[in-house]
Design a protein around this ligand. Structure first.
Ligand code: ATP
Ligand code: MN
Length: 477
């Protein structure tokens, strides 16, 4: 008999048919009821075994964590709490699990503990829900862009360029760490390295996406990016996945419209397709927040918050307007911010972003036209000579989720910006070629996939929405 996934069995109202299932035991009660989970859905299937007729050795091996394959008849459940159950006729324990040493018990474990056993945390309700949602969201992103006629571009992971001009990167080398070859000046001679030059893991696929957009019109990347920054926050990873669309003949307005539409699409798609997971995650969050003081609890439950985000226009305002609000807001005047906002030009910290979104507007916010000095060289200069056509999208509980801009398409202005920011134009000649040959208005953005999944799942720490988080001091598994 062909194995059925539990999701298929639970999704129909047909009964009194034979089926074969396989999965892992969550609990075994009264020597009679097995809760079997195969990860296809949150819900476990209840298998009812006949204790009397069963081999006692076999019964002993039905323990939490054991892998079993079972055959039987699917019937309406007599008990409360489930619709279906399987009257078990054949059962095999294919992988035993010693309950004395199996780390997962049928109880609530802390997120920190589960991070330590990240290889097993897939087997919990919380993490199976998170990773199903993550998968759905990734699919929704591809679906969204494909429907819009974007070309999916694989930008390189090993690069010879540094997109920001100043990013902190992981070096890629095959030179011996002990005695690397050196130049006459005594520096490491990367000319003798694998690629014949210095190479790093990419911090962004944007520059390559720009090259492609200036031929294919609309492209997007969706891949891993790496940052060797020592940011120990709940929103930073050293290895994270980023989505970077880039559009030719598009300005900042079009860029913002696309970002807002995409975020809404993905969130709505997950709400439609992973409802059971979201209900579970919503309750998990409620439980978690019970231990927090009232003012730190969310004002809306998870699904209401997602629906709110889908149904409302994001607020759009300039950096300058945001600074005015922040300068005069209560936490700034009462010196409650860690970084006080004193003047125009200040870089916004997460506390400021979250104030705007969570307290002031109570909606997602898109900030535009940032001072040029706190943004990258490739962003298009405004006529005021002070600000650039940048946009950041700020989300409740997260802060910055998207960073984007209209790109500087004018060769001379771009070159002088690079000079100002000490970016060697010779090494970037390939990038400047797009401005030399058929340049045009274009724009794009980067969406941190982990931060989006954090928002959708309500998980407080980005380490809990990626299977194996890489953070300063940790690359376990
Ligand atoms: P932040 O100020 O939060 O560090 P950033 O300005 O460095 O972000 P960008 O370089 O604009 O971010 O990257 C685009 C997007 O990638 C961000 O909006 C964010 O969603 C995501 N992102 C950036 N750095 C990280 C990281 N270390 N871990 C996870 N996601 C990240
Ligand atoms: Mn950063």
């Amino acid at each position: 008999m062909k194995r059925s996934k539990i999701k298929e069995i639970l999704s129909t109202d047909s009964f009194e048919y034979k089926a074969k299932v396989a999965g892992w035991v969550r609990t075994f009660r009264n020597n009679q009821f097995i809760a079997l989970n195969d990860g296809s859905v949150l819900t476990s299937l209840q298998l009812v075994v006949d204790f009397e007729s069963m081999d006692k050795e076999l019964i002993k091996n039905i323990t939490t964590g054991a892998a079993i394959i079972a055959e039987g008849t699917i019937v309406p459940s007599q008990g409360r709490g489930q619709t279906h159950e399987m009257k078990c006729e054949k059962l095999e324990v294919v992988g035993t699990s010693d309950p004395e040493v199996y780390p997962l018990q049928p109880k609530r474990h802390s997120m920190e503990f589960l991070r330590d056993i990240a290889h097993l945390r897939f087997r919990t309700n919380t993490f199976s829900a998170v990773f199903r949602v993550r998968s759905t969201a990734a699919y929704a992103i591809h679906k969204f862009f494909t429907e819009k006629g974007f070309v999916y571009l694989h930008s390189p992971i090993i690069t010879g360029s540094d997109a920001e001009g100043a990013g902190e990167m992981f070096r890629v080398t095959t030179l011996p760490p002990q005695n690397p070859p050196t130049t006459e000046e005594g520096a490491v001679d990367y000319g003798q390295d694998f690629f014949g030059s210095e190479t790093n893991l990419t911090v962004s696929g944007q520059l390559e996406a720009e090259l492609a957009a200036l031929a294919l019109s609309d492209v997007y990347t969706f891949g891993p990016t790496f940052r060797a920054e020592n940011s120990n926050t709940t929103r930073h990873l050293a290895e994270f996945w980023m989505i970077e669309p880039e559009m030719a003949f598009c300005d900042l307005e079009g860029d913002m419209d696309l970002a807002e539409e995409m975020l809404k699409y993905v969130i709505a798609y997950v709400m439609k397709n992973n409802e059971e997971d979201l209900i579970f995650l919503e309750n998990r969050l409620l439980q978690e927040e019970k231990s927090k003081p009232q003012h730190l609890r969310s004002e809306m439950n998870l699904r209401d918050k997602l629906a709110f985000c889908v149904d409302n226009d994001f607020v759009r305002l300039s950096y300058t307007e945001a600074i005015d609000i922040l300068k005069n807001c209560k936490p700034n005047k009462k010196k409650k911010f860690q970084y006080l906002i004193e003047e125009w030009g200040a870089d916004l910290q997460s506390e400021h972003e979250r104030f705007l979104v969570e307290k002031h507007f109570k909606k997602p916010v898109i900030l535009i036209d940032y001072p040029k000095d706190i943004k990258a060289f490739y962003m298009r200069m405004n006529d005021d000579g002070k600000t650039v056509r940048a946009m950041d999208i700020l989300f409740p509980g997260i802060g910055e989720i998207v960073g984007g801009s209209q790109r500087e398409e004018r060769l001379e202005i771009l070159k002088s910006r690079m000079e100002e920011m000490h970016i060697p134009a010779e090494e970037m000649s390939w990038y400047l070629d797009t401005r030399r040959f058929g340049t045009c208005e274009h724009a794009g953005f980067g969406l941190g996939f982990g931060r989006l999944v954090q928002f959708i799942t309500g998980m407080g720490n980005i380490r809990d929405v990626i299977p194996f988080p890489r953070t300063p001091g940790n690359a376990k598994f």
